[in-house]
Design a protein around this ligand. Structure first.
Ligand code: ZN
Length: 380
């Protein structure tokens, strides 16, 4: 479709350089799109670039994508997910506005100078196509939108392509001192943790929190966010190398769950009282243990179940101990703004690896193997 005349230059010179398919990213009419064609099979295709953005839309040139477990679920194939293949992958992204449709644009937020709707603005994109007008959307509870059209890169085409048109109301400006790479961790990883800790678990300074799987993308983020407000952090990891890294992030106590029973140690570390909050995303392997670690009236918040889907629960324990259990999925636009503000003030994501677009599947395999400490970023 194109003569490969253009070269995509990302903002990270350090990304591994791999042969690029014959496409320049829009100028010749085509662009690269990383497409799931069947379960566990992703191909880098040359597809038509999007048309000029419509009214209320912006066109983004994608610069970096963050990988998350939801990418792994989509790649493996999920029986319950309503979707049609082929599907462009990529759920969490940062990019630059290269074209702007006609108004209306969303009103700028406090502290923003009409940012996010000019050519050249650096932005991150919300990862789900919300309606913008239902009660939940109007109240800023975007992740409870009643008419959501799907999660990008999971139900509907996602961000792993050179160019995409997005509703302007679904992009959030990146502060000047935050890189595309770091900002690409805001819409899912940082936003999810911000929502879990502060909207759902109502974590307060001085409290004690148990962070399960502290080496994961959201685990490392939870450790940093909780320490930043002066909490005591106990975290679990799967090996000693990760234990040292979690300590270096500021975790007060690190437990290798393969060699020690974390339930017993948490009781000991808290003087038998238990923690105020448990941050869960592992699932059956740890869920009941996390409940046992809570103090009376403690809060458990969960956003995942990587080790399976179902558990049995002791209901006597649930109500006698007055636990509060909250499911959490995604975040609001406000959570993304707050996350980017945290990055601007120095609370940066932990990056495990950066890979090139063509190595997306290798990144997923690394994430699936859980041999990660922090986030995997795909550069364009
Ligand atoms: Zn809505």
């Amino acid at each position: 479709m194109t003569g490969a005349a253009d070269t995509i230059v990302g903002d990270r010179a350090a990304a591994p350089s791999l042969p690029s398919p014959a496409s320049g990213g829009g100028k010749g009419g085509g662009m690269r799109a990383l497409t799931l064609v069947s379960d566990r099979k992703i191909e880098l295709l040359d597809v038509a670039a999007p048309p000029a953005p419509s009214a209320g839309e912006v066109q983004l040139r994608i610069k970096a994508i963050g990988l998350n477990h939801i990418d792994v679920w989509g790649w493996r194939g999920m029986a319950f997910a309503k979707r049609k293949l082929p599907l462009i992958v990529g759920v969490e992204a940062a990019g630059e506005i290269v074209a702007v449709g006609a108004p209306p644009y969303p009103p700028p937020q406090a502290g923003e100078d009409k940012a996010g709707v000019k050519v050249g603005d650096r932005v991150v994109a919300y990862g789900a196509l919300t309606c913008g007008h239902c009660k939940a959307c109007r109240e800023g509870r975007d992740n409870l939108c009643e008419n959501v059209a799907g999660i990008m890169g999971f139900h509907v085409d996602g961000f792993a392509r050179d160019l995409i048109n997005m509703p302007a109301r679904l992009v959030v400006p990146i502060p000047q001192n935050v890189s595309f790479r770091d900002a690409a961790c805001a819409p899912v990883a940082f936003g999810t943790v911000q929502h879990m800790l502060f909207d759902n678990a109502k974590l307060e300074p001085g409290e004690t929190i148990l962070v399960q799987a502290g080496g994961s993308g959201i685990g490392t983020t939870a450790i940093k966010m909780a320490k930043a407000i002066g909490c005591t952090v106990i975290t679990t990891v799967g090996d000693d190398a990760k234990a040292a890294k979690a300590k270096a992030l500021g975790a007060d106590h690190v437990i290798n769950y393969r060699t020690e029973r974390f339930e017993t140690l948490v009781r000991k570390l808290t003087g038998k009282k238990g923690v105020d909050v448990a941050f869960e995303h592992v699932g059956p392997d740890t869920f009941n243990g996390s409940l046992l670690c809570l103090k009376r009236g403690g809060r458990l918040v969960t956003c995942g179940s990587t080790s399976g889907q179902s558990i049995t629960m002791n209901l006597f324990q649930l109500y006698l101990q007055q636990y509060r259990i909250t499911g959490s999925f995604g975040c609001s636009l406000r959570n993304i703004r707050d996350s980017l503000a945290k990055m601007a003030s120095g609370l940066l994501p932990v990056i495990d690896t950066e890979v090139a677009l063509a190595d997306f599947e290798q990144g997923l395999a690394r994430l699936e193997s859980r041999q990660v400490f922090g986030k995997i970023i795909v550069n364009f």
